[in-house]
Design a protein around this ligand. Structure first.
Ligand code: SF4
Ligand code: SF4
Length: 474
């Protein structure tokens, strides 16, 4: 157990100094095996992130979250407000999957997959290294007077950051309003679409603020997922961890000296070079133990491995490991909690698959016109008026639409100026209809009617309505 003094680092955040001001982090440029792997993963994810709103499957945008029109596409499947339950189940599956992953592998999502980390570490930070140089040069530049060199470097960096933020904002907009609209707006010019230019400007400003200034504070202060770590992690979770048993030995860490036998003197393998601290993008010392600021970016693993290699010690002083693995040499195994999450996940995926399978391509809704009861017409005909709404979830137009009554004899008259009801692809058709039934065919004052919707001869959907009539029929 660590003494209260050793736990003192938990009282403050590494990026806020004692006066409560922002302590700017100047991380060293990472390098090593994991960084190379992360680069490959990042290229793939960046490509996916940028391409996803522009790729189409069966005419449907691959990913779209059109909140204003309440239309969502996930992996090319269109979800309408009527499918909200499916959308919610998909989101719950996503949350449980990330929770399970976090319980098992800590914040691996933050380090490898989160767009915030990918854009910050793999795009913006690399541009910064390219323009300002590595950690030492960046610190020097920050301290130096505003001379020609500093002005040139800052202007260049901020301009590039602004352009990239603007591009990200456009991609973000494509997720929100659809890529077709974004492309159309670009072709027609911003002057034609001033109402879209404002949100685009706001998104650009937010992305610029986040990546040029707020940076790691998003992960430390703002991200709710980061806050959950304390609840989700336990001693069996695999995280980026410092092997304190090996690193501290019996007599603690000590600077490297070629002429001494550390083992015989009881010193640990940590040579206190502080490179793992210098490379950390959230400014923490992983040797203090698992901390909420750690985004599991693996930069310290790479850095420490390089140092270990240089001094001829075994790599892996900082590595992916659980607390129990370090303390008790216990290998990773599934805990009861993980098994529970897996079971829930399998059930939910089964439910979602079943629901997707049973989902109709067309959704019909027929509702009574508000405030209307029934009308008594000539020849004992009772008439009710309804509105209908047909939602076409496919990318094919549905034409020659007609409505028929099941079981009941009667007429359905559509109030329309057009001959044919057509439901456009990914669109809806709505209108008003009268249903007329002879009084003698009704069985009470409330009659449940089933309406069949046809496209040509093909039955595409059924729905029910309540048909009202007079109380007595004798
Ligand atoms: S990089 Fe490794 S050896 Fe150097 S201080 Fe960190 S843990 Fe110790
Ligand atoms: S402690 Fe290591 S893994 Fe965690 S954020 Fe810092 S460098 Fe990345």
């Amino acid at each position: 157990m660590q003494s209260p003094d050793k736990e003192k680092f938990r009282d403050s955040i590494g990026t806020i100094n004692e006066e409560g001001k922002r302590a700017w982090v100047f991380p060293k440029k990472p390098s090593g095996k994991f960084y190379e792997y992360r680069k490959i993963v990042s290229y793939f994810l960046l490509l996916f992130l940028v391409a996803a709103p522009f790729v189409k499957i069966n005419g449907n945008q691959f990913l779209m979250f059109n909140i204003l029109e309440r239309r969502f596409n996930i992996f090319g499947f269109p979800f309408w407000p009527q499918d909200f339950h499916l959308f919610v189940i998909s989101m719950i599956i996503g949350v449980i999957f990330i929770t399970l992953f976090t319980v098992a592998f800590g914040r691996i999502f933050c380090g490898w997959i989160c767009p915030q980390t990918i854009f910050l570490e793999m795009v913006f930070r690399r541009i910064e290294f390219w323009i300002d140089g590595d950690r030492g040069k960046q610190i020097k530049l920050a301290k130096q007077e505003w001379n020609a060199e500093k002005i040139r470097k800052r202007l260049l960096k901020w301009s590039i950051f602004l352009i990239i933020s603007f591009l990200i904002a456009n991609v973000f907009l494509a997720y929100l309003i659809g890529s077709d609209k974004v492309i159309q707006y670009v072709i027609e010019g911003p002057a034609e679409h001033l109402s879209t230019l404002l949100p685009l400007g706001i998104f650009t400003a937010v992305f610029y603020f986040v990546f040029a200034w707020f940076r790691e504070q998003v992960c430390i202060i703002a991200c709710p997922y980061g806050r959950l770590q304390g609840v989700l992690l336990d001693n069996k979770s695999i995280v980026v961890a410092y092997d304190h048993k090996r690193g501290e030995g019996q007599n603690g860490r000590k600077k490297w000296r070629n002429d001494e036998d550390r083992k015989a003197l009881g010193f640990g393998d940590c040579i206190d070079c502080v490179q793992c601290v210098h490379v950390c993008p959230t400014g923490i010392d992983i040797r203090n133990g698992t901390q909420l600021e750690c985004v599991n970016c693996t930069a310290c693993i790479d850095e420490c491995d390089t140092i270990m290699e240089k001094v001829g010690l075994e790599k892996g002083l900082i590595r992916y490991a659980s607390e129990d693995e370090i303390e008790k040499k216990e290998p990773f195994k599934l805990t009861a909690r993980m098994k529970g999450y897996i079971a829930v996940l399998i059930i939910l995926i089964g439910v979602l698959t079943g629901m997707l399978f049973l989902r109709n391509d067309v959704e019909a809704r027929v509702l009574r016109l508000p405030g209307q009861l029934f009308e008594h017409k000539e020849n004992n005909i009772i008439s009710n008026v309804f509105t209908y709404k047909l939602v076409n979830k496919t990318s094919q137009e549905i034409d020659d639409v007609s409505f028929k009554l099941r079981k009941y004899k009667g007429n359905i008259k559509l109030v329309s100026t057009q001959k044919d009801v057509i439901v456009p692809a990914q669109g809806l058709a709505e209108g008003t209809m009268f249903i007329e039934i002879n009084k003698k065919d009704l069985t009470g004052d409330k009659n449940k009617l089933m309406i069949e919707v046809y496209s040509g001869d093909k039955l595409i959907e059924t729905t029910t309505v309540n048909f009202l009539g007079p109380r007595s029929y004798n």
